[in-house]
Write a protein that binds this ligand. Structure first.
Ligand code: SF4
Ligand code: SF4
Length: 376
């Protein structure tokens, strides 16, 4: 069965241009019937970051999506997400997404209120606790961003829905599934449970390098849309020159029967992938997938680990709070926190890179070897 992925050029974040591109992409890809319904838009709000940093879905894309949903007759438009580490509303405010929501007359919803859902078709997870709003809305839309991801190599429409797991329950999944392939299967299970009907991708500026939180903005110049999130993600991989077979969740999802079963089923409408392809996109370095059950010395040689910059660290504590392995502490005596020294236990560290994702100061790098210089 063919899955349509619509690609529309959009060279910059200018509201009328973004609105036109979103409208064209959604029309072409077949936006679901939403007349009289409640639509939930789920942007990617990873952490506290400015719109230009390419960490979060851009607020102009959210504005355009709200206007489009309204134009299709939606009775209510809701917006929500649960960042990796949430300190009040700071991530929602700094990203510009909270203001965009309220100024457009949509409703901000709290993702900390969870509800249990059965997932009989799940391979690894038969039961999730997810944000109540994501289950109760009539139509869920993944309003994602095209970015690199240090663990999964890529994040787009399907990985974006991991934010529907409330708050600090997310790191527990890293603890349960530290291996990349198992984590990918869990993500596919989650997508089955959530039944997202449409995906709209902000690929006007994406993130290359050490994403999803500390990479570099890179202009791509497009909006993508599809009813099939797997088809959209595999198409987006083509734009950045990434083999989708390397992305564990995108490979696992091919065999589940809910989305495309092969790339041959993708039909791209509008701009061709080849016209946008970026040949020198900075990819995440490939590594072996074994994380636990490997002698620590060998693991250190083959699997990247986090190193902390004393110079850049502001001692906010986000990495310590989110670490699923409880591998991070403020070192030494009570004054150590003031000296911003993070101590890492590399024996218990599962290399999930949650610390790297949430650090607001880009004070963490993932490397196999300690970076040169005295600050690390
Ligand atoms: S130290 Fe970082 S990479 Fe290691 S387990 Fe903790 S959050 Fe994950
Ligand atoms: S390394 Fe980053 S996340 Fe951790 S305490 Fe320092 S600034 Fe905060």
């Amino acid at each position: 069965m063919k899955a349509h992925v619509s690609i529309v050029r959009c060279p910059e974040y200018e509201l009328s241009a973004v609105e036109a591109a979103v409208r064209q992409a959604c029309d072409a890809a077949g936006f679901p019937e939403v007349k009289g319904k409640t639509v939930l838009l789920k942007p990617n709000i990873l952490k506290v970051a400015e719109p230009d940093s390419a960490v979060c879905t851009h607020p102009l894309v959210l504005r355009a999506a709200i206007r489009y949903a309204r134009s299709q007759g939606a009775a209510r438009v809701l917006v929500g997400d649960s960042p990796g580490f949430q300190a009040g509303n700071s991530a929602f405010r700094k990203s510009g997404l909270l203001d965009a929501t309220l100024e457009e007359g949509a409703e901000w919803v709290d993702f900390s209120d969870g509800i249990q859902v059965e997932n009989p078709e799940g391979k690894l997870v038969k039961n999730f606790t997810v944000a109540r709003a994501a289950m109760e809305a009539d139509v869920l839309v993944s309003l994602c961003k095209l970015k690199n991801h240090s663990l999964m190599y890529y994040t787009g429409a399907m990985k974006n829905l991991f934010g529907c797991i409330p708050g600090l329950q997310k790191p527990q999944f890293h603890m349960r599934f530290p291996d990349r392939s198992h984590f990918g299967q869990m993500l596919t299970d989650l997508n089955l449970a959530l039944k997202c009907e449409f995906s709209l991708m902000d690929a006007i500026v994406g993130m290359e390098g050490p994403g999803p939180g500390s990479g570099f903005p890179r202009k791509i110049g497009a909006i993508l849309a599809s009813r099939d999130p797997l088809a959209l993600d595999r198409t987006a991989c083509g734009i950045i020159g990434l083999d989708p077979r390397l992305v564990a969740n995108l490979e696992d999802a091919l065999g589940r029967g809910a989305w495309i079963g092969s790339d041959a089923e993708i039909e791209v409408l509008g701009t061709k992938v080849e016209e946008l392809r970026i040949d020198d996109w900075k990819q995440v370095p490939r590594e072996i997938s074994t994380r636990r059950g490997f002698p620590p010395a060998l693991r250190n040689l083959f699997v990247g680990r986090p190193f902390f910059s004393r110079k850049a660290c502001s001692a906010c504590g986000a990495c310590v709070a989110i670490c699923p392995g409880k591998s991070l502490t403020f070192a030494g005596d009570p004054k150590a926190r003031a000296k911003k020294r993070i101590k890492v236990d590399y024996e218990t560290c599962i290399r999930c890179y949650c610390c790297h994702e949430v650090c607001p100061e880009d004070a963490i790098v993932v490397r196999r070897m300690r970076p040169v210089g005295g600050e690390w």
